[in-house]
Design a protein around this ligand. Structure first.
Ligand SMILES: [Zn+2]
Length: 360
């Protein structure tokens, strides 16, 4: 088996090399719109504003970099700088509640705690027309009483997955590096206050772009970053979105899995348990999955779709012409799920070539 596979691999390499030397028989698939957010969304957050000496610069930097963020404002700063709050919304930012005076919330009485939340809700609503749906407790300090008050005010608590440490003297390079650790759905803590943070914005944008990630909104239902719904504060119906991910951008696993450049840029799965996988965030539990692929010969190639470790169906490719096979109305878990494309039925008569997976 091992020898057979090595020979198959060697033959395939020679074949690809030959095709490649003719070059440009086929244009590489390039679809910037689909590819730009292919790895997912991250939540950029800036706390403690609005700040008369920083917010305008921050908003300009974000707009210039094509980024959107969630601003966790302090009620007292909102009260003192209403026009900056309007600027935040106009710039496409989302506005969250970060208490009124930035106290250690868990040391307060219930009524003090409640007042910190409700005064800020009212201050923001009176300016933007919409009460925030997200609350970040100062210092990330929370407890059961606070959580129940948040719930009573229609607020989802949002902490963070990555701390930029900008409040702790981190350099611009360190802040950029912190943002480089963000994965799909993650939220990063930054502040509307520091020059280091401001100067990190263009590089953060570049880093996210290079990884196929976009800045998104924080979902009030999950507290995780998701695709923007198009509105600053006004919820709109979620449009049908199509996620397209190239197989060569997924994580390769299995003994023989390898990249190919013909008949498309993609991945070849040569033997059983060869696979590619990645993590996909799902807000809802039913989707259609379309895989473009081919067999390496006239035999039927088979590739299983596994979601969260469970086999959900099989894609069939009846020959060496690339084709799209769709599995419709597949039910699966929500939140972050591992998507795996795996070969389990190879009897040595075919290899599976994978181009891209599309989810809608
Ligand atoms: Zn704060």
């Amino acid at each position: 088996m091992f020898t057979t596979k090595l020979i198959k691999g060697a033959v395939a390499l020679v074949l690809f090399g030959t095709l490649f030397s003719f070059s440009n028989l086929e244009e590489p698939v390039a679809n910037a719109a689909d590819a730009s957010c292919s790895t997912g969304y991250v939540g950029l957050t800036f706390d403690d504003g609005p700040n008369p000496s920083n917010t305008t610069n921050l908003l300009n930097a974000l707009k210039q970099a094509g980024l959107r963020a969630t601003m966790f404002n302090l009620g007292q700063n909102v009260q003192n700088n209403p026009s900056l709050v309007r600027d935040q919304v106009t710039a496409g930012m989302w506005v969250g509640n970060h208490s009124y005076t930035h106290p250690h919330m868990t040391t307060l009485s219930n009524s003090q705690m409640s007042s910190e939340i409700t005064r800020t809700q009212q201050a923001i609503q009176s300016i933007t027309g919409t009460a925030p749906k997200l609350f970040r407790p100062p210092y990330g300090e929370t407890n059961g009483v606070l959580k129940s008050l948040e719930a009573q005010n229609g607020l989802t608590e949002v902490l963070w997955n990555v701390d930029s440490q900008d409040w702790n003297g981190a350099t611009t390079a360190q802040i950029v590096a912190a943002a480089g650790r963000l994965q799909n759905g993650d939220v990063i803590l930054m502040h509307d206050q520091y020059q280091t943070t401001l100067q990190a914005i263009p590089q953060i944008a570049q880093n996210l772009k290079s990884r196929g990630m976009c800045s998104g909104m924080i979902s009030p239902s999950t507290g995780r970053a998701v695709a923007p719904d198009g509105g600053g504060g006004t919820p709109t119906p979620t449009p049908t979105t199509v996620t397209k991910i190239e197989s060569e951008n997924m994580t390769k696993a299995g003994q023989y899995t390898g990249n190919i450049s013909s008949p498309f840029n993609g991945v070849a799965l040569y033997g059983n348990n060869d696979s590619v996988k990645y993590t996909q965030y799902f807000g809802s539990g039913t989707h259609n999955f379309s895989l473009r692929g081919a067999s390496n010969n006239s035999n039927m190639a088979r590739v299983d779709l596994k979601i969260g470790g469970v086999t959900k169906g099989t894609f069939y490719f009846g020959g060496s012409n690339p084709a799209v096979y769709t599995l419709s109305n597949i039910s699966h878990g929500t939140g972050n799920q591992e998507i795996e494309l795996v070969v389990t039925a190879d009897d040595g008569t075919w290899d599976a070539y994978l181009d891209y997976l599309e989810i809608n």
